[in-house]
Ligand binder design. Structure first.
Ligand code: FES
Length: 427
């Protein structure tokens, strides 16, 4: 019987007819026995350092393409004050090589939010995702330890896990190689006769993973594992000097998780961010119902090292409105008893996925009418925003438009976002 745990003595390569572990994916094939041996998880993780360093997960674009993307970056000047500044050119939102540079310099550098802690609350739970050409799986192994791996089978590169769920191992849908949730290769089917094969070198390739507030963060840097950074510093590394302010004033981890909503939008990921960061400029025109619950004259924006915070007083219904966003498109809204987190993940130059996770004061969680009405109101705002963002994307692709201007009193957070991007893309 193949075990899916990480204890000493987990067997490898059994090809008998005994049932496999209750796998996350489909059943493996019946195979003939091959020799068994034992291993532990830690040596596998350690031995993978060398593999990780050898491997390249950066997109394969040419130096020429990088250079031409950098010349697009330079078309925005962050040193010009907002009153005189011109917005980035439309090519920032349309050019494939610009997105490649963003993956290299923004999404594959430092910590990136990829999910929410509720997705891996229990042992043996997992979720998968894709960022650029990185396929990842985040899971809790049976001991409760949070882990993340490249979601790629070490045999012939099939994706291994899909969607989200629970299970005690990952079984590849292609030829049935099976991995524990600690990444260890537990079973390689029909490899009788193979030579120079070290099972410890064929576990899943690990990624550095951490938690900050409700967010699951990954570090996709090539040598992240060898750096062995201190996970206590994650907040400071990700959010800079504002991490403490957000911890005490905005990100309330005492709220109860309610639900998730995902939207695929036909626009560049920055179009969605820009819309979020315009200081409520568009609210009275595009979200009339929402506007009636806010005192828009009170809107204020504070910019910090790596994030911006927008505040707005509300009426009886909303109470306080509170937003923040990091350079790579993670945001959080706090309003009355609600909090929602937004992740903006690029799917291509003109497509992105936005993931909302909703949290609510526990005392209101069972108030069905209130919850339903609130979620409907939120969805209405999202649909209004999606329409706006898709209109903007089409306008950006028009030959009639290249750059625009900022409204200096309200679009400070957007200007800060563009300056941060410029800074990261020029590194
Ligand atoms: S590709 Fe996964 S078992 Fe062959």
């Amino acid at each position: 019987m193949i075990t899916s745990d990480n204890r000493e003595g987990a067997r490898y390569g059994d090809d008998d007819d005994e049932p496999h572990c209750p796998s996350i994916l489909g059943p493996a094939q019946n195979q003939k026995p091959i020799p068994k041996f034992t291993h532990t998880t830690r040596p596998i993780t350690q031995s993978l350092k060398s593999i990780l360093i050898r491997s390249s997960h950066q997109p394969n674009h040419s130096l020429l393409s990088q250079e031409s993307a950098r010349s697009l970056v330079q078309q925005f000047n962050p040193n010009i004050p907002i009153q005189e500044a011109i917005t980035p050119p439309s090519s920032w939102y349309t050019a494939p090589n610009f997105l490649s540079l963003e993956f290299d310099q923004v999404f594959f550098t430092g910590w990136q939010a990829v999910g929410c802690t509720e997705q891996v609350q229990e042992a043996n739970s997992y979720f998968t995702g894709r960022l650029g050409n990185i396929e990842y799986v985040v899971c809790r192994d049976e001991t409760g330890e949070l882990r993340a791996f490249h979601n790629v089978c070490r045999h012939h590169a099939s994706l291994l896990a899909f969607g989200s769920g629970k299970g005690s191992c990952f079984t590849c849908p292609y030829h049935g190689w099976t991995y524990g949730l600690n990444g260890a290769l537990l079973k390689a089917t029909r490899i009788t006769g193979i030579k120079n094969f070290n099972v410890k070198e064929f576990g899943l390739v690990p990624l550095r993973v951490a938690i900050w507030g409700p967010f699951i963060l990954l570090n996709l840097e090539q040598e992240a594992f060898s750096q062995q950074g201190c996970e206590d510093d994650v907040g400071m590394e990700w959010l800079g000097s504002s991490s403490e302010i957000l911890s005490t004033n905005g990100v309330d981890t005492s709220l109860s998780y309610l639900c998730k909503r995902e939207y695929t939008i036909e626009c560049n990921w920055k179009v969605f961010c820009d819309n979020y960061l315009d200081g409520g400029y568009h609210v009275p025109f595009a979200h009339k119902d929402l506007a009636s619950g806010l005192k828009l004259d009170s809107y204020s924006t504070t910019v910090y090292e790596k994030v911006s915070i927008q505040r707005c007083d509300g009426g009886e219904v909303l109470g306080r409105h509170f937003q923040t966003v990091s350079c790579s498109g993670a945001a959080e809204d706090r309003y009355g008893p609600w909090m929602d987190t937004n992740l903006v993940l690029p799917l291509g130059p003109r497509r992105c996925k936005v993931i909302f996770d909703y949290f609510l004061d526990a005392s209101l969680k069972d108030d069905e009418a209130f919850v339903t009405k609130s979620l409907e109101d939120s969805k209405k705002v999202q649909m209004e925003d999606i329409e706006l963002c898709e209109w903007v994307q089409r306008g950006l692709e028009s030959p009639a438009y290249d750059s625009g201007r900022y409204a200096p009193m309200v679009e400070k957070a957007m200007h800060h976002f563009h300056c941060l991007l410029h800074q990261n893309l020029m590194k």
